[in-house]
Design a protein around this ligand. Structure first.
Ligand code: SF4
Length: 326
């Protein structure tokens, strides 16, 4: 198979901490004993994303999202490998049915970039690989439950699958009459914008389903012109584009950063949707922001932005029937 630009970008992503620190001129400012060797959830970051980081800045908000640090080894009470109790809501492999009317499919077992705070960093993807059989099981489950009107593709990174596979899947989904909306949770338009190919757009454009793409961007510095171009293409294909962020200590836990993010998202054609409290996943406690600070930040953001640029501050509570607003 001939590799497209986006697949090449992924295959050339940086996986070596040394290489990353060298590129950013940080070998001397970040000591080796602050870093973590994490083979089970390795460093993974595409070069285009690294080019948005500031050289010589060990506190760069994009760097902190991807750099494995020893802080991840701390076991903190209340933080677990399955913070959302997702393993209890998987009626068939590869599918989670948490909320009324919606199901989520863990479409791919990996990502283009490994976020250190990822709530699925310990998810048993190996038991949820989507092969042909699993896919048939998933489609049968959806077809048998007429209350399901929305299907959410998540992961891992759902847009890591090929255009051909995506097209086959969406065609099969369209045959299930009660499914009306396809939502795609993807970091690709932000991280590897070249993923928005003409073939993908063609599948989206001709679909009878209403398509929503929810990107994941935590800081204004992630939004460069290549991102805006990919979002423009999605919107031209009649796709609604929303953003969800995670409130992260040291990365976006101040009102100025959140306001700048909202404005830049809007400028790039994306509406702010959710600002998530961190899910309490083992290895990510150092990113947690207190409820008190989160509420104070939201109040400040609300006082300075029009309502349509203020994301909903939410937490996901295991077994709750919807997201919980703070
Ligand atoms: S892109 Fe999403 S699923 Fe992948 S590591 Fe980041 S937060 Fe997790």
């Amino acid at each position: 198979m001939v590799k497209g630009n986006w697949q090449k970008e992924i295959s050339e992503a940086i996986t070596s901490v040394d290489e990353l620190l060298n590129i950013l001129d940080l070998q001397t400012s970040i000591a080796g004993d602050q870093l973590m060797f994490a083979p089970e959830f390795k460093l993974l970051v595409p070069r285009a994303y690294v080019s948005r980081m500031q050289k010589g800045n060990p506190q760069d908000p994009l760097l902190l999202q991807v750099l494995p640090r020893v802080l991840e080894a701390c076991n903190v009470e209340g933080f677990s490998v399955d913070p959302l109790a997702e393993r209890a809501v998987s009626p068939v492999p590869g599918l989670l049915h948490k909320y009324y009317g919606r199901v989520l499919i863990t479409m791919a077992a990996s990502c283009a970039l490994n976020c250190r705070f990822c709530f699925r960093r310990h998810f048993p993807y190996a038991q949820n690989i989507i092969d042909e059989n699993t896919c048939m099981g998933i489609l049968a489950y959806i077809a048998n439950d007429k209350t399901i009107t929305e299907v959410i593709l998540s992961g891992g990174e759902p847009l890591l699958i090929s255009d051909a596979k995506f097209n086959t899947f969406i065609n099969a989904l369209e045959k299930i009459e009660h499914v009306k909306i396809l939502r795609i949770h993807s970091r690709m338009p932000i991280v590897v914008s070249a993923r928005i190919t003409e073939e993908l757009l063609c599948s989206l454009r001709k679909s009878r389903l209403q398509i929503v793409v929810v990107v994941h961007c935590n800081h204004a510095n992630e939004l460069v012109s290549a991102v805006t171009e990919s979002i423009d293409k999605l919107r031209a294909a009649k796709v609604s584009v929303l953003n969800q962020s995670v409130l992260l200590r040291g990365i976006n836990d101040n009102a100025d950063a959140l306001i700048a993010l909202s404005y830049k998202l809007f400028n790039s054609g994306i509406l702010p949707y959710y600002l998530h409290m961190l899910d309490k996943v083992q290895g990510a406690a150092h990113f947690a922001v207190s409820d008190t600070l989160a509420r104070r930040l939201l109040a400040e953001v609300q006082s300075k932005l029009p309502g349509y640029l203020v994301p909903q501050l939410v937490r996901e509570v295991p077994r709750a029937t919807s997201k919980t607003r703070l």
